[in-house]
Unconditional design. Structure first.
Length: 498
């Protein structure tokens, strides 16, 4: 067996998802602490722990106490009950919880093999969690649930599990249990403890036993109760996770299914982060390795450009901190310096023409004109807009009527983040001008004449996106419906596949 197979089998690449303030980033910190990746865990919006969270490294994240971008962190871990076994290599992707950045989270879910969902025991399952679970269910991603903040007053554990089953549409089984207002926690394996009431033991016994087959198929979610802030139940979750969560799984490409154990390297770009190093204005393309082994200074094929490229400084991550690596394996996330060569969805291979699926860009919900607030800094503003739009969280459109630049986002918070980052990372200032806009649709047609006529007659509504594709920008539902009814041979798309 080639040695790279052993490396792939010990990898566990997963995302942590939740609604805002459920404790997702705090749980990430504690997992890093157990893995020895950090020595002091930070916390989000904590007055008791002044150190900021490792995964929230951007200045705006530190100030607001929220995650606005996916962070990648990797480390080795040996189960606490088995010090002699080969270490597992864990790749954590800590995702934004705020719904305004859900698109970043959706694309991150294409790069992981399993998911841990964090639920605030006082709030239960919220809308954002349901939406993310729909993506997991669509991709048949194995899910574990961590019921957080059990040290506080909250819902009854049985009610919480019923809510998960009903709201997330997945069967559950408890693997640990909260007892005595969350002060003491007992494993289900020791559920016959006299400290747990007999009627509680009977109720727990009504849940199905854990089945690894059902879990890996995405049909059964193990549930752990605990408190990330007080480090209760976290190590039990981590020990169980590394033993049962899947190693890298096959990935669907347009041409075929790619098995991680294939010797030939393949990978795709699921995220671009602008300005990770403000001193150099550098961008990093995040690549999920789908198969084989990636090696430094080896030529690989950029499928979109049909060019051979090699990389002298590929990196692994601990949030913002980067370390050059000589090799990486299926399941790993590597960062490749990007000077404009990559966009989300690009594929690198050892030579094969492959295109990986499932990296959509959604039609924005809000639109504003962006204007330069400092004429002396036009160059800085243009560069900042260009790089920030490459991240794929917000979208740039240019009106064909007047050439004005339009930014489309999912929510108001994105505008605030863009404005902040332009000023503090690019030394450029912008101002926003509200505009009336209902929906942006990408259009295409096999009838070239009808498409030409449509663009001419609807010139006031036409724009191009960053890739130069035609976009119809309807300012009302009526205008959109009329266009769809009048031009039967034109296809209107509300998502755009990268």
């Amino acid at each position: 067996m080639p040695n790279y197979v052993d490396e792939i089998l010990r990898r566990r690449t997963f995302a942590i998802i939740s609604h805002p303030d459920a404790g997702k980033t705090t749980l990430t910190e504690k997992l890093l602490l157990y893995g020895g990746a950090i020595h002091v865990a930070g916390a989000v919006k904590s007055n008791k722990i002044k150190k900021t969270a490792t995964s929230d490294w951007m200045e705006i994240e530190k100030q607001r106490g929220i995650s606005v971008a996916t962070s990648v962190m990797g480390f080795d871990y040996v189960r606490s009950d088995s010090s002699k076994c080969t270490p597992y290599h864990i790749n954590i992707l800590d995702t934004p919880g705020h719904q305004d950045f859900a698109e970043d989270t959706f694309r991150t879910l294409t790069a992981v093999d399993s998911v841990i969902i964090v639920i605030d025991s006082a709030k239960g399952v919220e809308t954002q969690t349901r939406r993310l679970m729909e993506v997991c269910r669509m991709r048949k991603t194995p899910v574990m649930v961590f019921m957080n903040k059990m040290d506080r007053e909250g819902k009854d554990p049985f009610d919480l599990m019923d809510e998960v089953e009903q709201e997330l549409g997945i069967h559950v089984t408890p693997l640990s249990w909260a007892n005595g207002q969350g002060i003491k926690f007992d494993h289900v394996t020791t559920i016959d403890s006299h400290e747990i009431a007999e009627d509680t033991r009977d109720l727990i016994g009504c849940y199905p036993e854990f089945s690894e087959e059902e879990y890996l198929a995405g049909d059964l979610a193990p549930v752990f109760f605990g408190s990330a802030y007080k480090t209760i139940g976290v190590q039990e979750l981590l020990d169980f996770f590394v033993e049962h969560a899947p190693s890298p799984r096959p990935v669907e490409a347009v041409e075929r299914k790619v098995d991680p154990m294939e010797e030939a390297f393949t990978g795709f770009c699921f995220k671009i982060h602008a300005n990770m190093d403000p001193n150099h204005r550098s961008c990093i393309a995040f690549f999920k390795i789908c198969s084989g082994r990636f090696e430094r200074n080896v030529y690989y094929k950029h499928v979109g450009k049909n060019q051979q490229m090699r990389f002298s400084a590929p990196t692994c991550f601990m949030a913002q901190k980067k370390e050059t690596v000589d090799e990486a394996f299926a399941g790993d996330i590597v960062g490749l310096p990007d000077t404009g060569n990559f966009k989300i969805g690009d594929t690198l291979t050892a030579g094969e023409m492959l295109h990986f699926k499932g990296l959509p860009s959604f039609s924005p919900e809000m639109f504003k004109y962006i204007e330069n607030a400092d004429p002396m800094k036009q160059k800085q503003l243009d560069k900042g807009i260009h790089q920030l739009m490459d991240e794929g969280v917000a979208q740039l459109f240019v009106s064909q009527l007047n050439g004005r630049k339009i930014i489309g986002t999912v929510g108001q918070l994105q505008f605030e983040v863009i404005q902040y980052r332009l000023e503090h990372e690019y030394n450029a200032k912008c101002r926003w001008e509200n505009m009336q806009m209902y929906k942006a649709c990408w259009i295409e047609s096999d009838d070239a004449e009808e498409l030409r006529t449509f663009k001419m007659r609807k010139a006031q509504y036409m724009a191009t996106d960053k890739e130069g594709r035609d976009v119809f920008m309807a300012d009302s539902a009526y205008i959109l419906n009329m266009a769809q009814n009048d031009y039967k041979h034109i296809r209107f798309h509300f998502t755009s596949e990268f």
